[in-house]
Write a protein that binds this ligand. Structure first.
Ligand code: SF4
Ligand code: SF4
Length: 711
């Protein structure tokens, strides 16, 4: 991660205006979005959008031809190009041929993508943004920080300073007054402008129509008052039929700003008359700029299903801390990382891809059903493939890929870490490691790992057997969680086996793009876990469960290593997370918890992988309620805790504030106890409370249930 980039992250997280505005907005957004979608089957709706956009992405040439034919037949001039430079040249040529001196623009990410404004201004053409947010950032000499709300990072005081300079009068930060100033300044521009430039939310091949959705009405003025209108549209905006507008129209405002509909929806089909009766000169530019290449890429084609609603930014725990500017000059957030890698170049995504903590919140809300975190992982893989791994990571992974050496080093670390250990925590580390314990204590490495303790556990002989996959954290930091799981399964008549050859699940390597290393881990684990006939392979770590259940297969597929895929599928079919298995055993009457106990208030933190990838959230809650706890839900219970594996070590300046927000939400429930199903989250949250000093106990669900087993 470059120093300059790191500094920009540091500046962003320390910008109280930015984090305050984004934090408030994202909290309100979730509630409002849920209300806006009330009574709508979101899964069905996004299924339709994904289907129609995926079809369009598979037929970009055909739909571009159709659009051109139909728009031309209605009197528009259509220009098609792959090259952003040719788009700029075309617009300048039209402007110069018509003696254009001033241009008004409505909001368009495509014009940002090709850096149109400075190009036209250099050629002596005055360009005026007319969307309020865009105008604010134009006055400030900045670029948009959000796809839908470009000036969200600015306070009303900063805006009043800008406007004061513009009107040469000291203005207060009274918002209605500022809006009036903007209106007074912008209105004459529409009338004076020789050319209007817009983008397009949708381009309909069947009719050659452009659909524009706005809230300020400025796009209507931009497209109707000047005598020339140029619409710049990326070809991913193409859809086949007029009827396909409906699902996008339903989802876009709800997802973007939690509105049922934008204030204005304009559908432009061919030129309209000017006030003098002549016809408007309408040009529509269909810009490719690597979108066709993206459509031909089996992994990245789905990114063309994006309808640019920005809901992925609004729910992203990282975006709400750092805002858009750290992502570069155009596209921001998770989807912005992907678009930058394609529309700019892969190398430009090198730093920004590291911002993603892989929480999956964006994937859950995306109306285009795009697996944004998976595509970011693919960017990481391609970067590693192109550039190789940094020296230190290479050295670490060569150890991780050698189980004996890796486990030997963990045992040695248990001894070496003793001088820094106090009870169960490492609270201070020396010199350059000091940041690692800033705001969060680390767990001490267990003096005896689970794999050694397991040998002493006396288990009943049972016909049913389950293999336990412990993962590194339970094995070497929290063996008591593994012991609790064994007690529970034994009580249900299941004997637990612990295959000794199991090793790291490969998630740390995979999340850093080192797929070859992750594949090596996958092979070792498949061999170990399928060596003996068992009913289930159970894990009490959702990250490991996801690796066993999904990611081994995905890793082999990405690398084209088909040989191990059948075995990976066999393992996936047997894999189950702890809470789902425990709930099943309770439902089948094989596991009984003590009845009628009143254990007091508890709150529950949903781990990202458990809730979003494995879709497990009710099972642990039902088990805790059955055990006798009274559940007090916390605000944003499924918001990431900032752990993200090695993320918390690599980007503590982001992980830290995310953790602090989680601790605050937990404390506000008043519950003295918080449960979770992930040892990684336990490490993060327990370590946070150790330094925070609040009297909140952090436990794994398995530990709490093991204490409530019927005698
Ligand atoms: S990726 Fe999905 S959520 Fe993000 S802007 Fe595109 S459609 Fe919206
Ligand atoms: S996975 Fe999480 S951190 Fe990554 S882009 Fe999506 S919401 Fe943001």
């Amino acid at each position: 991660m470059g120093t300059e980039f790191r500094e920009s992250v540091h500046r962003a997280v320390n910008n109280a205006n930015l984090t305050g505005a984004l934090g408030k907005f994202s909290e309100a957004y979730k509630v409002n979005r849920a209300k806006a979608y009330e009574g709508i089957d979101f899964e069905e709706l996004r299924g339709r959008i994904a289907e129609l956009k995926s079809y369009a992405a598979s037929h970009l040439d055909l739909l571009s031809d159709l659009f051109e034919q139909n728009a031309t037949a209605r009197g528009a001039t259509v220009f098609r190009t792959n090259d952003p430079a040719k788009v700029r040249e075309y617009i300048l040529k039209v402007a110069q041929a018509n003696g254009v001196k001033t241009v008004v623009k409505s909001k368009s990410m495509a014009t940002e993508e090709i850096h149109l404004n400075p190009y036209l201004e250099k050629a002596g053409i005055a360009v005026g943004e007319t969307d309020l947010g865009e105008w604010i950032i134009q006055l400030a000499g900045q670029t948009p920080s959000h796809m839908v709300m470009p000036a969200i990072h600015m306070t009303k005081e900063q805006v009043s300073d800008l406007f004061s300079k513009e009107v040469n009068e000291r203005l207060t930060s009274d918002i209605p007054r500022l809006v009036k100033v903007a209106r007074d300044k912008l209105r004459p521009r529409f009338l004076e402008a020789d050319m209007g430039i817009s983008g397009g939310n949708i381009a309909v091949a069947e009719t050659g129509s452009i659909v524009l959705m706005t809230n300020e009405g400025n796009a209507r003025l931009v497209t109707s008052l000047p005598r020339i209108h140029i619409a710049l549209v990326g070809i991913e905006k193409l859809i086949t039929n007029y009827a396909d507008i409906a699902p996008i129209l339903k989802a876009l405002p709800r997802s973007a700003t939690a509105q049922l509909l934008t204030s204005y929806v304009s559908i432009i089909t061919g030129p309209t008359p000017n006030t003098d009766g002549s016809m408007k000169d309408l040009h529509i530019i269909l810009m490719d700029n690597r979108r066709s290449e993206m459509a031909a890429d089996p992994k990245f084609k789905q990114a063309l299903q994006c309808i640019r609603c920005a809901s992925c930014l609004n729910v992203c725990p990282v975006f709400r801390l750092v805002g858009g500017h750290v992502f570069g000059k155009v596209y921001t957030g998770g989807i912005g990382t992907i678009l930058t890698a394609w529309f700019d170049e892969l190398k430009k995504s090198e730093d920004i891809q590291g911002l993603c903590i892989q929480c999956g919140a964006c994937k859950d809300v995306c109306p285009g059903r795009i697996d944004i975190p998976e595509l970011i992982m693919e960017i990481r893989r391609r970067l590693v493939q192109e550039q190789g791994l940094p020296f230190l990571q290479k050295a670490i992974y060569s150890v991780v890929n050698n189980r004996r050496l890796f486990h030997g080093m963990l045992r040695a670390a248990s001894i070496a870490g003793k001088p820094f250990t106090s009870g169960k925590f490492v609270r201070h580390l020396p010199m350059f490691l000091a940041d690692l314990t800033d705001g969060r204590s680390l767990p001490a490495i267990a003096s005896e790992p689970f794999r050694d303790r397991f040998k002493r556990i006396k288990q009943p002989e049972c016909t049913e057997k389950a293999a336990f996959y412990a993962g590194c954290l339970i094995d070497f930091a929290y063996p008591e969680m593994g012991e609790a799981l064994v007690r529970i399964l034994n009580r249900a008549g299941i004997q637990v086996i612990f295959p000794e050859e199991q090793t790291c699940c490969g998630a740390p390597a995979r999340y850093n793009g080192a797929y070859e290393v992750a594949a090596g881990n996958a092979v070792d684990n498949i061999k170990a876990l399928l060596a003996e006939e068992v009913t289930h392979v159970v894990s009490a770590c959702p990250t490991c469960t996801v690796a066993l259940d999904h990611e081994f297969i995905g890793t082999f597929e990405s690398l084209g290593q088909t040989e191990w895929i059948p075995k990976a599928r066999e393992l996936a079919a047997k894999t189950i997370d702890f809470s789902t298995l425990a709930k099943k055993l309770v439902d089948e009457g094989r596991l009984t918890l003590k009845e009628g106990r009143q254990l007091g208030r508890i709150t529950y933190h949903d781990s990202c992988h458990l809730k979003r990838t494995l879709k497990v959230s009710e099972q642990p809650r039902e088990l805790l309620l059955k055990a006798g706890y009274e559940l007090a839900e916390m605000f944003e219970c499924d918001m990431c805790c900032g752990m993200g594996g090695s993320y918390s070590l690599k980007l503590p300046e982001i992980s830290g504030p995310i953790l602090q927000r989680k601790l605050k939400n937990i404390k506000e429930t008043g519950a003295p106890l918080v449960a979770m199903d992930c040892p990684g989250c336990v490490m993060q949250i327990r370590g946070g409370f150790d330094q925070d000093g609040a009297a909140v106990t952090v436990r794994h669900t398995a530990e709490l249930l093991a204490e409530q087993l019927e005698d």
